[in-house]
Design a protein around this ligand. Structure first.
Ligand SMILES: Cc1ncc(COP(=O)(O)O)c(C=O)c1O
Length: 367
C-alpha cells in the first residue's frame, strides 16, 4: 500500500451522528451547531467559537468585524494559502506582504514593524503547518500602533502558545475544518472573537445579518427581522456540525499521534546531511498539520521518496506572485529561500509506526 500524504479522519461517532441528522432530516443550522460550538470551547479551549462554513468565511468575517475596508492595508506573510490574501481583496483593502522567518515559515515580526503605515488596520499571522507565530512580539506591534490581530489558524487547531490555546489570545482567530484538516466537518470553519460585541456581530452576520435566535416567524410565515448590517451565508449546518462533533472524540488522540510522529522525525532526521528541521521553541506546541523540512536539491528529494511510494509536497508556495496581488513583492529574502527549499513529509494520524520508520529510513539513505 502506498503512503498517503494527508488523511481524512472520519470517526465511527461522526458516521453515527451524521446518520442521525440525516434520518431526522433537520440538516440546516440548528441545535447540533450549538453543541459543536460548546464542545470546541469546553474540550479544546477555543474562546466563544462561532461555527461557519469555511476557514475562508472565518477570515473574511474577521476583516469585516475589524472594520477593514477600501484603502486600508493588511499585513500578512506570502507563505500561506491564497485564501488569506483574497479575503483582503474582497474588502477592497491592500494586502501588504511581510517577510517570513526562514526557519519557521512564519511571519517575521521585524518585517511587520517596517511595513506599518497610517493605513495599516490589521496583521494576519499564519501559523505555518500549525507552529504558532511569535505572538507576543506581534501583539506588541499591534498595541503600539492600534492595529487588530487576526490569526489565520487554519493549520493550528490544538496548538498552544505560552500555555495558552490558539483561539483564545488575539482579537480574532480563524480555523478551518476543510476535508484534510486535523478536524474535519467536510468543509467548515470557526471564528473566535475576544470581544463580546464582535462575537454577537459574527453570530448575526453569518446568516444574512439576521439574528435567528431573537426573531420568530410572523403569521405571514416569514421571520420578522430588520437587517441593519450586511450579512453573509457563512453559517455551518447541522450535518457538518454532527461530523465535527463526532470527529472531536478522536481529536486528542489524533493530535497526540501527530506529535509522536513529529518528535520521532525531529530526533531521527536531525543529523541528516542536506536537511534542516524547522526551528522549535519550548514555549509553544505545534498542531503539526504539516511537517515541513528545508532540503538541498528538493526535486531529487521528492523523486527519491516517490520511487519508494512516499509522497512529499510543498503544499503551498508563496502567494504574492499571483497576478491578482499585482505580482511578486521584491526583497523578501527569507521567503525566497524558503520557497526554494521547503517540502513537507507525511505526518497525519493515519500513519503506522512502520510507515514512519520507512519514511525515516528512506530519507536517511540520502537523495
Ligand atoms: C493557511 C490557510 N488559510 C486559510 C485556508 C482556507 O480554509 P478553507 O479551505 O476552510 O476555506 C486554508 C485552507 O487550506 C489555509 O491553508
Amino acid at each position: 500500500m502506498t503512503i498517503e500524504f494527508f488523511n481524512t479522519h472520519i470517526s465511527p461517532q461522526a458516521i453515527k451522528m451524521a446518520s442521525e441528522v440525516l434520518k431526522a432530516t433537520f440538516v440546516s443550522e440548528g441545535e447540533i451547531v450549538r453543541e459543536f460550538e460548546t464542545a470546541l470551547g469546553r474540550r479544546l479551549g477555543l474562546y466563544n467559537p462561532v461555527a461557519l462554513n469555511s476557514g475562508t468565511s472565518a477570515l473574511h468575517l474577521a476583516l469585516v468585524l475589524a472594520g477593514v475596508g477600501e484603502g486600508d492595508e493588511v499585513i500578512l506573510p506570502p507563505q500561506t494559502f491564497i485564501a488569506t490574501g483574497l479575503v483582503v481583496l474582497m474588502q477592497r483593502a491592500k494586502p501588504v506582504f511581510a517577510d517570513i522567518q526562514y526557519d519557521t515559515g512564519n511571519i517575521d515580526p521585524l518585517s511587520i514593524e517596517s511595513r506599518v503605515t497610517e493605513r495599516t488596520r490589521a496583521i494576519m499571522p499564519v501559523h505555518w503547518g500549525g507552529y504558532p507565530c511569535d505572538m507576543d512580539e506581534i501583539h506588541a506591534i499591534a498595541k503600539r500602533n492600534g492595529i487588530v490581530v487576526i490569526e489565520d489558524a487554519a493549520h493550528a487547531l490544538g496548538a498552544t502558545y505560552k500555555d495558552k490555546t490558539i483561539g483564545a489570545i488575539s482579537d480574532f482567530t480563524a480555523f478551518s475544518f476543510q476535508a484534510i484538516k486535523h478536524l474535519t466537518t467536510g468543509d467548515g470553519g470557526a471564528l473566535c472573537c475576544l470581544d463580546d460585541a464582535d462575537y454577537h456581530d459574527a453570530v448575526t452576520r453569518r446568516w444574512f445579518g439576521i439574528d435567528r435566535t431573537n426573531s420568530t416567524p410572523s403569521i405571514l410565515g416569514e421571520r420578522e427581522y430588520d437587517a441593519s448590517v450586511v450579512g453573509y451565508k457563512y453559517h455551518m449546518n447541522n450535518l457538518a456540525a454532527a461530523v465535527g462533533l463526532g470527529n472531536l472524540e478522536d481529536f486528542p488522540r489524533n493530535l497526540g499521534r501527530r506529535r509522536e510522529t513529529a518528535s520521532r522525525y525531529r530526533k531521527e532526521l536531525a543529523p541528516v546531511p542536506g536537511l534542516q528541521l524547522l526551528g522549535y521553541k519550548d514555549d509553544r506546541e505545534s498542531a503539526y498539520w504539516l511537517f515541513t523540512v528545508l532540503v538541498e536539491r528538493r526535486i531529487d528529494f521528492i523523486r527519491k521518496l516517490q520511487t519508494h511510494g512516499i509522497p512529499a509536497s510543498v503544499v503551498h508556495l508563496r502567494i504574492d506572485d499571483n497576478s491578482v496581488f499585482g505580482g511578486i513583492t521584491p526583497g523578501l529574502t527569507n521567503q525566497e529561500r524558503f520557497n526554494k527549499d521547503q517540502v513537507a513529509i507525511p505526518v497525519h494520524s493515519g500513519l503506522t509506526d512502520e510507515e514512519v520508520s520507512q519514511i525515516i529510513f528512506c530519507i536517511k539513505s540520502g537523495w
